[in-house]
Design a protein around this ligand. Sequence first.
Ligand code: F3S
Ligand code: F3S
Length: 105
Amino acid sequence: TYVITQACVDVLDKACIDECPVDCIYEGDRMLYIHPDECVDCGACEPVCPVEAIYYEDDVPDKWKDFYNANVEFFSDLGSPGGAAKTGRIGKDHPLVAALPPQAE
Ligand code: F3S
Ligand code: F3S
């Protein structure tokens, strides 16, 4: 799967959403999350993010390794909704993200 990392927090550019062929990028509160089972590893989202927040799971920088689990655990109680458009804005974050101080400048 691909993983969204800290650079997305409080930015939420959303360019990635338009690229995903399977609509597996879901909106939390302060960042977006990629569904690990729905992502087909097409890689289309990675180059369009203006803040380079998206990485293939094996390429996540060490300082952001915890974001792999954040993307996975975000869906613990959501299951596999099968599409972010119909789900809409979820309005909550993984605790790792919720605890971060404001990231915007
Ligand atoms: Fe976030 Fe980048 Fe998408 S900032 S919303 S991962 S385009
Ligand atoms: Fe979608 Fe990116 Fe995966 S475009 S299928 S989330 S690699």
